[in-house]
Design a binder for this molecule. Structure first.
Ligand code: NAD
Length: 468
């Protein structure tokens, strides 16, 4: 097992200072420099994908296919999309000038922010560190990347590969946990991009506020999944199982719980979800190469306690399938619960693991009320054949993003901005949204002084004007 590594504290301030020097020199501003940085990342992904996948296997037991699909491949296509569109995105956009201001021209032009900090979590430890880096490089910034210490093999690989492939004047990796972040937050950055839980999100936000540093917060929450009036139950069950149990449920946009509208939905899901789990991972998922592990023993113990809590207490849930935990080997069986008490501990915090509670509601409106009376989630999903429900969901549900008849996928499109709302986060990224997040969209106006058409605007405001 790879040991956690930490950049010595006293090295952090000089690293940031050197990146600030580069930013001041404007060396990273040119299109050429940005393209070279992106191409270096692309080469790194092509040449080192096996090494990255091995680290992800060590940290989270991800299969190579899953690592390629959900981490390395996602970043590759983000780089390609960015390279394809960068010239367009960098172009200033002319805007209309009202008659009263004419003759004049106005535009909005993206400008690098300067030096930015990216703090990444452990669940997709490669993708969530390097994907925002793509946007930060594309926007012409210098960057500190701080990978998660809870995925130490991936953190080490990121540090070594970035050093090997990317210009160190522009990008540096700082490793370590809370102590490293605390030291980083004492430095001055022009933007902080944080992905992770709410508790640390608050720490980052408070520290940023002291220096008036703008932030993007990519947080989590309990993402609901409503199932009502399906026709193709098999596909519905497959898509829910795929959304929930990929990476053993440690996905920020995984369906946290299912609201089954009516007895039919509940019955179908209780029958088909366990069947699909066996179809995907076999009757013993522990032996499946495609089923991931929890990040550490503490997570396994937290989830085991949540499960035991749900199965005991005044209104115990019913175990539909799974339930086995081996904390020492970080394994938890894909687990499905029914009759879950909405007031139980399980329904208060983000599960972030392979437990799928199914809660029966009688009507679609009840499902909507259940969602809207809780904090805004990062994602909300609806499986339905009814256009009316689709429309009502769009109108009534506030969430970072929505998925209809499919879970997770909206987070994979470069053309859709990705982010939370309220307690699930602020700001967004992916594709052009990343480029804009890491740029100042700077407005400017040019008005020739050859003829002074502004004379009417100057004081004194009496008539007739005394000016010549
Ligand atoms: P984590 O423990 O890896 O922490 C995130 C980062 O915060 C790490 O880099 C860590 O070093 C740092 N950190 C930890 N403790 C700190 C402290 N006391 N002071 C300063 N920095 C500290 O990840 P996590 O928070 O367990 O991540 C899980 C959460 O992240 C879930 O809520 C999940 O939904 C959310 N998440 C959101 C997204 C998204 O895109 N919105 C993606 C992935 C995960």
């Amino acid at each position: 097992m790879t040991e956690m590594r930490a950049t010595p504290r006293e090295k952090i301030a000089p690293i940031v200072a050197s990146l600030r020097d580069t930013a001041r020199s404007r060396a990273t501003h040119s299109r050429r420099f940005r393209v070279e940085g992106l191409k270096a990342l692309r080469r790194m992904l092509d040449e080192q994908s096996h090494r990255i996948a091995l680290a992800l296997r060590e940290d989270l037991g991800k299969s190579e296919t899953e690592a390629l699909a959900t981490e390395i491949g996602v970043v590759k296509s983000e780089v390609d999309h960015t390279l394809l569109h960068l010239t367009d995105w960098m172009e200033p956009t002319p805007v209309k000038v009202p008659l009263a201001f004419q003759p004049a021209s106005a535009q909005v032009a993206p400008r690098p922010l300067g030096t930015v900090l990216i703090i990444a979590p452990w669940n997709y430890p490669f993708q969530l560190a390097i994907n925002p880096l793509v946007g930060a490089i594309a926007a012409g910034n210098t960057v500190v990347v701080k990978p998660s210490e809870k995925a130490p093999a991936t953190s080490k690989v990121i540090a070594e590969l970035v050093e090997e492939y990317v210009d160190p004047r522009a990008v540096r990796v700082v490793e370590g946990g809370a102590e490293a972040v605390t030291e980083l937050l004492e430095q001055r950055f022009d933007h902080i991009f944080y992905t992770g839980g709410e508790r640390v999100g608050r720490i980052v936000y408070e520290a940023a506020a002291k220096q008036l540093t703008p932030v993007t917060l990519e947080l989590g929450g309990k993402s609901p999944c409503v199932v009502s009036d399906g026709r193709n139950w098999q596909t519905i069950a497959r898509r829910i199982v795929f959304g929930k149990f990929t990476n053993a449920g440690q996905t920020c946009v995984a369906p946290d719980y299912v609201l089954a509208v009516g007895a039919r939905s509940e019955r179908e899901l209780e029958k088909r979800v366990p069947e699909v789990i066996s179809e995907f991972y076999g009757t013993n998922p522990e032996a499946s190469k495609d089923y991931a592990r929890l990040v550490d023993v503490a997570q396994a113990e937290r989830l085991e306690a949540l499960l035991q809590g749900a199965l005991s207490g005044p209104n115990p849930a019913r175990l539909v399938s799974g339930g086995r935990v081996d904390a020492a080997s970080r394994y938890m069986e894909p687990t499905v619960l029914a009759d879950v008490d909405p007031d139980s501990e399980l329904m208060q915090e983000e599960i972030f693991g392979p437990i799928l509670p199914i809660i029966r509601v009688d009507t679609f409106d009840e499902a909507i009320a259940f969602i809207t009376e809780r904090p805004h989630p990062l994602a909300a999903y609806l499986f339905t054949d009814r256009h009316r429900y689709h429309k009502a969901f769009q109108e009534q549900v506030t969430a970072g993003g929505l998925g209809f008849d499919v879970a997770l996928l909206h987070a994979g499109l470069h053309t859709l901005p990705f982010g939370g709302v309220g307690p699930s986060g602020m700001g967004s990224y992916h594709g052009e949204a990343s480029f804009r997040t890491f740029s100042q969209m700077r407005p400017s106006l040019t008005k020739s002084d050859q003829v002074d058409t502004l004379r009417m605007a100057y004081p004194p405001y009496t008539w007739p004007k005394r000016q010549a």
